[in-house]
Design a protein around this ligand. Structure first.
Ligand code: ADP
Ligand code: MG
Ligand code: MG
Length: 911
């Protein structure tokens, strides 16, 4: 038996059978457009009759060095007979001609594929016949010239300008603004001229044989699968190259046969806000493409309710039916021909993050989908949307209406930004830094030399490059909105301007970029920060909380941060960096005194001065986190960080010496001398503390062992604070965390000293505090000996920043300033390990640590407090490793809650 290459729209069951029942497979075979047209027929929606030539046929065509096999072509022609029967019309007939459209449709919608050709089947004879039948020569010749135009540009690759010039000429001649005012005679003339243009530029006459038209159009769709733009797009979007595209041949319906006719597009819900109300645009007396082409001002779909009430009601019913059937918001195309409604396309609609959240939540509330599905429909990255400035929907609408939309590129780094165009990194930097301007840096592509400009800019545009280009990587890393690969944008360095199609923008002019959608605009659009307290988001996240197994904690040093974390749903503090408080005014001097002193008594004095500050800080945190665990990390950074830098000191000293030479009196001289002496002392100490590799030097637990009074003071502050707030009725759970442990003996030594102090404070206050002593795991040796360490630690917290540095032997700051981008661009590292946990290396150490640790203490609390704790892919890993919680920035807590739920729901699916 012959293979079936062609499926009628009412044969979706056959397609399903062939593919083995799976809808994704049907989409693969018939393409998205074809599969959904067939599905609409199955559920009883009115669709103009037609059929789909499969993606397999496309692949066969491309594999056979582009010959249309008789087998496929004959099946297509035979299937066309059924359409003729159904419509009572005949393809190529000069009496009652059937016209069809030829529409491409791959499994995933992709730009760069061949466009649609409408009105196939028209020629001089059938045009005459249609004039006879409809009595409307204007309509017929408008349709005919459209066929020649589309066929010319789409199939033969002629410039559309050639045709547009003729139209302009006719409009001028008739002295009218719009095509709709041209007469039948005009259209006849246009048709004639189009044919001439066609034969002059295409190297052949316009094909008058309808079958030849159909075949050439079909072949052109097949070929466009391997066109450069389509291939580039697939590469960038990660779509497989062997899917092929299907071709849909469909009976034409006409929205341009006068009144009672219209054509339009709609979303079944609002794509910007998610509101459950149909929104769309339509045009009366127009054909398909006119609505999106923007040549005429469209009407809001709500007006159709007045204009054609019964059709509107029917449309509403179909919209509901489709939503119910597809269980998602739909994006539809329709045409009304003489009072009859036809559906031409449906697919899941695009939406903003905000709309995605609202739609998923409301659909679950209405029972259309389950809560699990709702949670899974929103990607954790979409929650990020609520945290960055965005252009307001009104601003976008207005900008589009006023023609400010310039072009689209790849949306590689989210958020909105406005600024004046700067064409070089140096200019971007000097404008931003010296003149305080907001700048958008525009470059063909970026290189490491451009990074200073990118940092100074509000946002970045490049005309070349893809998702892993230098510009994209740097922008994401620094959180700068960016749109890259804007191929319509031309940079003219000579004239210091950019050109986008016909618009010229000079250096210094305002532009706006939307890194979330990849669109760039001229002028400055209004930005707003979406509210993270979105009611639908809160509901969705509360559902996510029910599904997730990982706890979500936050890193917070101050009560305000803790409060924000709590508001965002955090269940504990996973990391309070106690030393951050040392830098504050009124404290740093004591800290410096402590570092400078050689006598234990002096040191104790300085520490005693710091103690009350720390106690108040901790008390504040405990109060906010009433009832929840708070992990406080003891002093971690090397001491020199609290002293002025060597270079600063040397400059200050030489300044003082100059002043000394010009000193006017003895008193001044004495003052200067005293200051010199003090600075020299500090300098000496700085020099003594100087380390070749501070990151691997005297810091963390080593520091605590070196200066035990320091950590004892911190523990005292923690327990005094705990006792104090407990007396006020706060339910307090401090966890003391020792940083940078590499050997169990370090922990042994520190813990006995610190625990003794803790017991002392509790005894002084005659209280019991529920506390834990634990350690960070951020040195490979600690991970590998976690069973020994677990004997002395009641909890582990993975410091994945340091663990990544020590596992790779790479210092993060140095790497990101020099070779990291290069490594990523060239695929040496698949991902930045400081952004996403390196599963095979760092992740493996974590797995070993969890396993060994829990072999000693089965319910050992294991968490992560590195920046990775807020990154979805790393959260997935933490879930897989069975960690107790992830701890991240308070801002990222909502993202982490959703990501943790996704990870848990993935397990469900596997079962
Ligand atoms: P695209 O993927 O670019 O939207 P489509 O194949 O959907 O291309 O078609 C482009 C336009 O032509 C759409 O507005 C569509 O509704 C319209 N169209 C396509 N086929 C027909 C048809 N048989 N009758 C009327 N309009 C059609
Ligand atoms: Mg199109
Ligand atoms: Mg379409």
């Amino acid at each position: 038996m012959q293979k079936k290459w062609v499926y009628r729209f009412n044969e979706v069951e056959e397609a399903e059978k062939y593919i083995g029942g799976d809808w994704d497979g049907v989409r693969g075979l018939l393409g998205g457009k074809g599969a959904n047209l067939a599905e609409m027929v199955r559920i009883g929606v009115q669709v103009p009759p037609g059929f789909t030539i499969t993606t397999e046929a496309c692949n066969a065509y491309l594999a056979s060095s582009r010959v249309f096999s008789d087998e496929i072509w004959n099946q297509a022609k035979e299937t066309l007979r059924f359409v003729e029967e159904e419509t009572g019309k005949q393809f190529g007939s000069s009496e009652n001609p059937l016209l069809v459209s030829c529409r491409s449709g791959a499994k995933f919608s992709m730009p760069g594929m061949m466009d649609t050709v409408l009105n196939i089947g028209l020629n001089d004879d059938s045009a005459e016949a249609m004039v006879q039948m409809t009595g409307d020569a204007r309509f017929v010749f408008d349709a005919y010239r459209r066929l020649i135009q589309m066929f010319g540009s789409v199939v033969m690759g002629l410039k559309d300008e050639l045709f547009e010039n003729v139209l302009t000429k006719y409009r001028k001649k008739a002295n009218v603004e719009s095509d709709t005012d041209l007469t039948a005679e005009d259209w006849k003339g246009v048709t004639r001229e189009f044919k001439e243009i066609f034969s002059r530029h295409a190297g052949r006459e316009f094909p008058l044989d309808p079958y030849e038209q159909l075949m050439l159009a079909t072949e052109a769709v097949f070929k466009s699968w391997n066109g450069k733009r389509a291939v580039d797009y697939r590469k960038a979007a990660g779509i497989a190259h062997d899917l092929g595209t299907a071709v849909n041949i469909q009976t034409m319906v006409f929205g341009n046969m006068g009144d009672g006719c219209a054509t339009g597009v709609a979303l079944t819900r609002n794509g910007t806000t998610g509101e459950n109300r149909i929104e769309g645009d339509y045009l009366t007396n127009a054909q398909g493409e006119d609505v999106v082409a923007g040549i005429r001002l469209t009407n809001d779909l709500s007006q159709l309710k007045n204009e054609m009430p019964s059709i509107y009601a029917e449309f509403e019913n179909i919209a509901h039916l489709l939503e119910k059937h597809y269980r998602d918001m739909q994006d539809v195309e329709f045409t009304i021909e003489k009072g009859k409604l036809w559906m031409l396309q449906t697919r899941d609609g695009k939406r903003t993050a905000q709309a995605a959240v609202r739609i998923a939540t409301e659909m679950a509330d209405d029972g259309l989908i389950t809560r699990k599905e709702a949670v899974l429909r929103v990607h954790p990255d979409q929650v990020d949307f609520f945290l960055h400035p965005q252009f307001s929907p009104e601003a976008i609408k207005k900008a589009k209406e006023e023609g400010q939309l310039l072009a689209e590129g790849l949306n590689v780094s989210p958020g909105a930004a406005i600024g004046v165009v700067a064409l070089t990194a140096d200019l971007a930097e000097s404008w931003a830094k010296q003149e305080g301007k907001q700048v958008i840096m525009v470059r063909p592509e970026t290189k490491p030399d451009d990074v200073h400009g990118m940092l100074a800019a509000e946002g970045i545009i490049t005309s070349r490059g893809g998702r892993t280009s230098h510009a994209a990587l740097v922008a994401r890393q620094f959180g700068k909105p960016a749109v890259v690969g804007v191929s319509d944008l031309h940079i003219d360095m000579g004239r210091r301007q950019i050109e986008v199609n016909d618009t010229i923008i000079r250096e210094g002019d305002w532009v706006s970029i939307d890194g979330t959608t990849g669109v760039i605009y001229s002028g400055s659009l209004e930005t707003i920060i979406p509210d993270i307290k979105d009611p639908w988001l809160e509901k969705l996240l509360s559902w996510a909380d029910e599904f997730r197994k990982l706890g979500v904690w936050a890193n917070a040093d101050y009560p305000v941060d803790a409060q924000r974390a709590l508001d965002n749903g955090a269940e504990g503090i996973g990391l309070c960096r106690s030393e951050h408080m040392f830098f504050e005014q009124g404290r740093l001097e004591h800290v410096q005194k402590m570092i400078m002193s050689d006598l234990p008594i002096e040191r104790k004095e300085a520490l005693d001065a710091i103690l009350p500050f720390q106690r108040e800080d901790f008390a504040g945190l405990f109060k906010v986190m009433d009832g929840l665990p708070v992990i406080i990390r003891l002093l971690d950074p090397p001491l020199h960080e609290f002293l002025p830098s060597q270079i600063d000191l040397i400059t200050e000293l030489s300044d003082l010496k100059i002043r000394f030479q010009h000193a006017g009196n003895l008193k001044e001289i004495d003052g200067i001398l005293a200051e010199v002496e003090k600075k020299e002392q500090i300098l000496k100490r700085v020099e003594r503390l100087h380390e070749a590799n501070p990151m691997l030097g005297l810091r963390g637990v080593r520091l605590g062992i070196h200066i035990p009074e320091l950590t004892t003071m911190q523990v005292r502050a923690i327990f005094e604070a705990a006792c104090q707030v407990a007396k006020e009725g706060v339910d307090v759970h401090p966890e003391i965390m020792i940083p940078l442990t590499s050997h169990v003996n370090e922990l042994k030594v520190q813990r006995s000293v610190l625990e003794a102090e803790a017991l002392r404070v509790m005894k002084e206050n005659d209280m019991e505090i529920d506390y834990k002593f634990g350690t960070m795991i951020e040195i490979p040796r600690a991970a590998l000996t976690a069973d020994e360490i677990a004997e002395y630690a009641q909890f582990f917290s993975f410091g994945t920043n340091d663990l990544t540095q020590t596992t790779f032997g790479i210092s993060r700051d140095d790497a990101e300033a020099s070779f990291m981008i290069d490594y990523l661009e060239n695929g040496i590292f698949p991902e930045n390990p400081f952004a996403t946990i390196d599963k095979d290396g760092v992740g493996e150490l974590m797995r070993i640590a969890v396993t060994k640790g829990r072999s000693v203490t089965p319910d050992l609390e294991c968490g992560i407090c590195g920046e990775h704790g807020g990154e979805p892919q790393s959260i997935q890993l933490c879930h897989d490793l069975g960690l107790t919680y992830v701890s991240c920035s308070p801002f990222r807590v909502p993202i982490a809650r959703l990501a943790a739920a996704h990870a848990a729901l993935k397990d469900d699916k596997m079962e």
